[in-house]
Design a protein around this ligand. Sequence first.
Ligand SMILES: Nc1ncnc2c1ncn2[C@@H]1O[C@H](COP(=O)(O)OP(=O)(O)O)[C@@H](O)[C@H]1O
Ligand SMILES: [Mg+2]
Length: 412
Amino acid sequence: MPSSPSPDAGFVSAAIVSTDATFHQGLTQSLNGKAERFRIDVCITEPFTAIADLHLDRLREAAPDVIFVDLESDPQVGLKFAEYLLESKLTRSVVAAGPADSPDLLLSAMRAGVVEFIPKPLDIEQVRGTLDRIWKRAGKSGAAPATEEKRAGQTLCVFSGKGGSGSTTFAVNLAVEIHRTTRQRTLLVDLDLELGDTALLLGMEPRFSFVDLIRNFHRVDAGLLASYIERHSSGVELLAAPLKPAGFEDVEPEQVAQIFAFLKQHYDYIVVDAPKSLNSVTRAAIQVADNVLLLVTPDLPSVRNAARCLPLLDQLERPGRPDWIQVVANRISPRQLISLGDIRKTLNRDVGATLRNDYQSTMDAINEGRPAVLDRNSIFAKDVREMASRITGVQVADRDGGFLSGLFGRSR
Ligand SMILES: Nc1ncnc2c1ncn2[C@@H]1O[C@H](COP(=O)(O)OP(=O)(O)O)[C@@H](O)[C@H]1O
Ligand SMILES: [Mg+2]
């Protein structure tokens, strides 16, 4: 090899190929912002069709760990160029960039073997995340975050035995609130592969879904994972349900378990909005969850269905952790016919938390595609905040005491 830096040189050497001056500038700034980790060795500003031996020699000489290829000017030739770079071993990894609204290009880039796709125009936060992952993957020495022991993310599975119990509303708000107060990486997973609507509640239109991730899982690493996941303006990340209903028949429970094992390595908190049925996919998710939050509303069908589901959930026991299933009573109001005591008696267990009835604020939030916890005043938001605080241990002054204090924590 020529003068290539050794893998232990402590930094990642990078090359940029783009005709777009703004892209060069933005990426250079981001790389320079991490100058202790990245060094830019080659910049090529010529169009792909004008790239000559001279440029390839420069790349060969520098042997960059990563080449950023901006596909926007000429996607077809750019993809061929990216493939060429990898096949001829001019680099170990190619990161592609292209317009944010071109899922076809993203898919083609993935097929060509790129490790990451950066949407244009550049979002500095997103680029930073990409650079962190490249750094980790490169396994460089020095501060070496790659060798850091990372604790697996806490997985909370929100489930209810009856439609309309508010599980999606709760899961979405819980995830947003956990991220808002901890600023830790938080992922919301919509496991309702048939009619999932978490994206709607977040006002998002995701390009990819859990099913796409499953289909391509054999080749997914942290970089590609990022391509399947969308970031909400609140900072919560979303792995959405497919826009068109997808049967769960072709989704193997083992795949679900594998995916969650993988996701847990990348997120601090994972909130799952589970479908209403205790099908094999739901069960697989519950198996890997640290806690199940069983939502029940104070009406006969809901309590009855919760009572029917509990024995099945109990079968998936967690030795030594009898509290791993928590009953959350939603839509609680002073006028309800079925009391919390009735629910407790019927289910033969404590009600771990309550969320008060707040139709206006939850409905407004759905219609606006803006989770209620982002607007601070509603009683529903207040109750979700309290619940999130008990899970994360991040204190917020709100209602007093409660059953859940310290039950979740991080002491799993
Ligand atoms: N605490 C609450 N108070 C009043 N209405 C609620 C509450 N939680 C949820 N809802 C309403 O219940 C309906 C069903 O909620 P959703 O989250 O879609 O339930 P699920 O996902 O269990 O089917 C929505 O119209 C939502 O606004
Ligand atoms: Mg739902």
